[in-house]
Write a protein that binds this ligand. Structure first.
Ligand SMILES: *[C@@H]1O[C@H](CO)[C@@H](O)[C@H](O)[C@H]1NC(C)=O
Ligand SMILES: *[C@@H]1O[C@H](CO)[C@@H](O)[C@H](O)[C@H]1NC(C)=O
Ligand SMILES: *[C@@H]1O[C@H](CO)[C@@H](O)[C@H](O)[C@H]1NC(C)=O
Length: 390
């Protein structure tokens, strides 16, 4: 069995060849005891206040990516990063990347007195790219070198944390208007672990508004209720590595089908622009929108329809999940998201929001921008509320 650990902007695929399973271990049950808070050190710690970080939107045909500033080193060098719930490490362009990162601001380790080289080199391969193009082979890849340095985000100083310098990247990353990626997976690592140790609640919230609305923001350590209307609905995540929820059903324009009534796990990824579903689910959804939405063989995994037809098509897609209280709730993508813009190879053909891939299932920006979302690492759950603008 070859195990591919998915971790994404971008779902990063660490293609680790795992050894074959030779013997099947039998299940064991171990007793667990709950950890009691002894007259808590954590309670005596000074709790850090939550911090709001403004985000900019990278728009091209559709909203592609939301990114904000992070400070690294002493004195601080400010770089912009995508806050990517599909991955778990911090990596950014460095002076060691040279011409391959010519469009990015490059961190200069020789100008930071607190920088420590880690000396380990690695490669990170992403399963979805920045934007809506399908991934082909290893065309989204970063070469990394390990290090530590001090990091602060929104005025919260995490101290020295482990991070990676980008030393080379595939040309697909070159046009990005941001300099790096801050992984925000449900594992408590990196700057978040450091801030949680200082008493910051281990959750963050995202207000990923479309470019025509603006004022997108990330709140670290809290929930900005001024951006929500109505209460939050929480659901427990199904994985300790991914923000993954089990969807029990999908509706398209109020209709469903036997395929869409099956349950499926879906990863919520702020670093992916559109929606990625299995071939079967993608076809089942499109067949309820229009028979004229067809795969575009020029870009395998994508679908499209003539641009002059797309605006009039109803395409409301609801994913049904189960709340922590056991109640079903819908997260709905409005018809306005159906088109993600025209194909470069054929400007009169418009790409539709779902790409097909049988390796993983992702909900990205097309849905996230219609909700206020809370990513609760401590509680291992996600919360959603209607947001104020939509
Ligand atoms: C685990 O708990 C059960 C029920 O309380 C008890 O019977 C059993 O002896 C425990 N096992 C161990 C290894 O402590
Ligand atoms: C990031 O910081 C730069 C100045 O260093 C500023 O021009 C830019 O607007 C900031 N971006 C965001 C999203 O706050
Ligand atoms: C979810 O949406 C479908 C289709 O619009 C609707 O029939 C269903 O009642 C909704 N479910 C909930 C729990 O709101």
């Amino acid at each position: 069995m070859v195990l591919s650990l998915l971790s994404c902007v971008l779902l990063a695929l660490y293609a680790n060849a795992a050894t074959a399973e030779l013997t099947r271990p039998s299940p064991v049950t171990i007793n667990l005891s709950s950890r009691k808070v002894t007259t808590g050190q954590s309670l005596r710690r000074r709790a850090l206040p939550a911090s709001n970080i403004p985000l900019k939107d990278f728009f091209s045909g559709t909203d592609l990516q939301w990114f904000g500033n992070i400070s690294i080193g002493t004195p601080p060098q400010v770089l912009s990063v995508v806050f990517d719930t599909g991955s778990s490490s911090l990596e950014f362009a460095s002076t060691q990347c040279g011409a391959a990162c010519a469009n990015q601001k490059q961190f200069d380790p020789t100008r930071s007195s607190t920088f420590r080289d880690g000396g380990r080199t690695s490669t990170i391969t992403f399963g979805t790219g920045v934007g809506v193009d399908p991934v082909i082979g290893n065309n989204w890849q970063l070469q990394l070198r390990s290090a530590t340095d001090v990091v602060s985000i929104g005025g919260l100083n995490a101290g020295s944390v482990s991070l990676f310098l980008i030393t080379n990247q595939t040309p697909t990353f070159a046009p990005d208007p941001f300099d790096g990626i801050q992984g925000m997976s449900p594992r408590l690592t990196g700057f978040f672990a450091a801030l949680a140790a200082q008493g910051l609640p281990s959750l963050f919230s995202m207000f990923l508004t479309p470019s025509n609305v603006g004022s997108a923001e990330l709140t670290i350590g809290g929930i900005d209720t001024s951006k929500t209307t109505g209460g939050l609905t929480f659901a427990s995540i199904e994985s300790t590595s991914f923000w993954q929820l089990r969807s029990i059903q999908i509706f398209v324009n109020g209709q469903t089908s036997s395929t869409l009534q099956r349950s499926r796990n879906i990863i919520f990824d702020s670093g992916t622009s559109n929606i990625v579903l299995s071939q079967t689910d993608a076809q089942a959804i499109y067949s309820l929108i229009s028979a004229d939405i067809q795969p575009n063989p020029a870009e395998p995994g994508t679908f499209g329809i003539a641009c002059n037809r797309i605006a009039s098509l109803p395409a409301e897609i609801s994913f049904v999940f189960t709340s922590q209280e056991g109640q079903p709730f819908n997260l709905t993508i409005p018809s306005s998201e159906l088109s993600v813009g025209s194909f470069r190879s054929n400007p009169s053909l418009c790409q539709t929001l779902i790409n097909a891939d049988d390796d993983f299932t992702i909900i990205g920006g097309s849905l996230l921008k219609h909700y206020y979302s809370v990513w609760d690492i401590g509680g291992q759950r996600m919360g959603f509320a209607p947001n104020v603008f939509l």
